[in-house]
Design a protein around this ligand. Structure first.
Ligand SMILES: [Zn+2]
Length: 423
């Protein structure tokens, strides 16, 4: 856990689930009869039955013992079945800590695409370590600093029961329905327990604007996500146990509002992005400025983790090609040559930066950062340039609301300080 993330946990302690949003940490809470929810960064739900526990998700490997400790305050039953709602490190890696000594290996249910995910993690292990270090640590150096993101290997306990579209089962007389929905990932599931009216959404609900745009990650599916939220709303759950944030207990109206508002939000962005793309296939970065993002004051749509602008980019990526639409970018010159040319025209890297600072003072950090990039690329050996660019990106990070923008800009500042002109 990075220092920044630990600070967030401390700041959220004692706040209600609604106030705390994505970073809510707490439990165990008995959310329904013999059903216990706890969260530390990500949520875990344990359904106690007469034959053992059905566990939905398992947290990160380093947080598994904390989460298991919370559940064990409530029940000492063995884990009969585990379901991983998707293969991310904060959901599928903490199971070992929940097992009782000597208990048989539980059945582990997952959507079948999870195996391809784990294979991809191995194929791109170092890349994944680096991008997660940027996203969560705000520094490229963290990739080698012993963080939990160091290695992207498959979890020790792999799923053994794979399904495609839906999977129903019963344990100790309690029925469960697992449904697949491509959303944040292509292996996402949500879990419904009809007799207890408890819905475990996985990361389809995270008490923050949906993570459907993430700049560094593989494709997300906001249109299918919206359809999945509507399917969940039709279940008329009494209690919602989300992937991140606090549970909603015995409040079906609020659950419905969360699901439907989020679906509408995603649908609106998809619709507006497709409409912008239809206007002559403009350059991708122009589409970002053409799409008017829907606004909401609902806590579950706050852009504290991901943000709307990134959703637009993710939709464009899915439907469009890799070319961003700028003619010069179809077969570009080496970027450093472009930067040196522009810096020379401006009268040097420092001249570019003084204009960047003027733009910053005028409040236009977006434009300022373009000039800052060229300045650093043209003169990475100039300590003054490095310092100024780092400071611009620190200022930009401080103004951002989403964890992703904040940390990627912090990472840009770290690269600038190191004289490495990319982030
Ligand atoms: Zn998650």
């Amino acid at each position: 856990m990075s220092n920044k993330t630990s600070e967030r946990f401390k700041a959220m302690r004692g706040k209600s689930p609604d106030e705390a949003g994505f970073f809510w940490s707490g439990g165990p809470i008995e959310v329904a009869e013999r059903t216990f929810f706890q969260s530390r960064f990500s949520g875990v739900t344990g359904f106690e039955t007469d034959e053992g526990i059905v566990l939905v998700d398992s947290g990160m490997a380093p947080l598994g013992p904390v989460l298991a400790g919370m559940l064990r305050e409530k029940t000492k039953a063995p884990i009969h079945t585990a379901i991983f709602t998707h293969g991310h490190v904060d959901h599928a890696y903490g199971l070992e800590a929940f097992l009782l000594a000597g208990q048989p290996r539980p059945r582990i249910i997952a959507q079948k695409n999870m195996l391809a995910r784990f294979a991809r993690y191995q194929l791109t292990s170092r890349f994944n370590a680096a991008i997660n270090a940027r996203q969560f640590g705000g520094s490229p150096e963290r990739a080698g600093a012993g963080e939990e993101y160091d290695s992207f290997s498959p979890p020790a306990l792999m799923p053994d029961t794979l399904y495609e579209e839906s999977f129903g089962f019963a344990v100790g007389g309690v029925s469960f329905e697992v449904q697949h929905c491509r959303a944040e990932t292509d292996d996402s599931s949500f879990v419904w327990c009809p007799s207890r009216k408890v819905l475990c959404s996985g990361d389809l609900v995270i008490n923050a604007l949906p993570n459907a745009g993430n700049p560094q990650k593989v494709q997300r599916y906001p249109w299918e996500w919206a359809a999945g939220l509507r399917r969940m709303a039709a279940l008329e759950a009494q209690t919602l146990c989300p992937g991140h944030g606090g549970p909603v207990v015995n409040d079906p109206a609020k659950i419905r509002r969360i699901l439907i508002e989020t679906a509408e939000f995603l649908e609106t962005i998809v619709e507006r992005t497709l409409a912008a793309m239809a206007q002559g296939a403009p350059p991708h970065t122009d589409i970002v400025h053409m799409v008017k993002l829907p606004q909401s004051s609902s806590p579950w749509l706050r852009p504290i983790y991901d943000e709307g602008e990134y959703l637009v980019r993710n939709i464009v990526r899915f439907y469009g090609g890799w070319w961003n639409g700028r003619p010069s970018d179809l077969k570009p010159a080496p970027r450093l040559e472009v930067a040196r040319e522009i810096a020379a025209l401006a009268g040097g890297a420092r001249a570019l930066l003084s204009r960047a600072q003027a733009l910053t003072e005028a409040g236009d950090l977006r434009l300022a950062c373009h000039l800052a990039d060229y300045a650093l690329e043209a003169q990475p050996d100039d300590a003054e340039v490095r310092r100024t660019v780092a400071s611009l990106y620190e200022q930009r990070a401080a103004k951002e609301t989403s964890l992703m923008a904040r940390n990627l800009f912090r990472s840009a500042a770290a690269y600038a300080r190191a004289g490495r002109p990319f982030a």
